[in-house]
Design a protein around this ligand. Structure first.
Ligand code: FMN
Length: 198
């Protein structure tokens, strides 16, 4: 399988960057391939313009989709699976990734007369500073899953998975204690999720 990784973190000095690299190693060790959009490194512009807003809001195919958006759409349609990798910021993806959805999920691609292919798999790997029990007790984890899987990805992938790496805030001792275990989990996910190369 060809996996399109959409990675969004402002710093290389992060757990998420290490988790991403372990995941990639799993993908390639299983004979699968990947392409990646590293949104910060690319300087992806997440801000929808008025023209883009009017196009999507009026279900119009004019003006033409911007080149940077088209490039992302082509990466999706040339892949079999998508993996979104990011840290949770205020119970959401970082703004740059939210803006990526705003701009890339255009009318005529992701909704309306869709040209977006239905992917075989979509997986989310996110890091969260809080323990998962805390995210669950407030219904926050459920909210994050509903937005990603029940809105953005629904009908756009045959199988979906939402994986949380919790307790990763810097003041939490479990960040270091669970570091190797979490990287192994990311590696195994990359290795096992997409099967052997076909
Ligand atoms: C601005 C900001 C907002 C955050 N909001 C949340 C949050 O709502 N819930 C949570 O569990 N962790 C939150 N975190 C923690 C991050 O999700 C992440 O786990 C943490 O930064 C450690 O991972 P890293 O080393 O990859 O950055 C936040 C961090 C930052 C910097």
């Amino acid at each position: 399988m060809k996996v399109f990784i959409v990675y969004c973190h402002p710093s290389d000095d992060s757990f998420t960057r290490n988790m991403r690299d372990a995941f990639i190693k799993g993908v390639t060790d299983s004979g699968n391939e990947y392409i990646m959009s590293d949104l910060y490194k690319m300087g992806f512009d997440p801000v929808m313009t008025e023209q883009e807003y009017l196009r999507d809001a009026y279900y119009s195919d004019k003006p033409d989709v911007a080149g940077d958006v088209l490039a992302e759409q082509e990466k999706i349609n040339s892949s079999d699976a998508i993996a979104l990798i990011y840290p949770v910021f205020w119970t959401e993806a970082p703004a740059m990734l939210v803006g990526w959805f705003d701009r890339v999920w255009t009318y005529g691609f992701a909704y309306g007369e869709k040209t977006m292919k239905v992917l075989d798999k979509a997986v989310i790997l996110c890091s969260a500073g809080n323990p998962v029990e805390r995210l669950e007790s407030f219904g926050l984890l459920d909210s994050m899953k509903k937005v990603m899987l029940g809105d953005r990805l629904i009908g756009r992938a045959k199988e979906t998975d939402f994986i949380v790496f919790d307790n990763t805030s810097r003041e939490n001792k479990l960040r270091e204690k669970n570091w190797d275990m979490n990287l192994q989990k990311a590696y195994e996910t990359g290795k096992n999720l997409f099967g052997q190369k076909r």
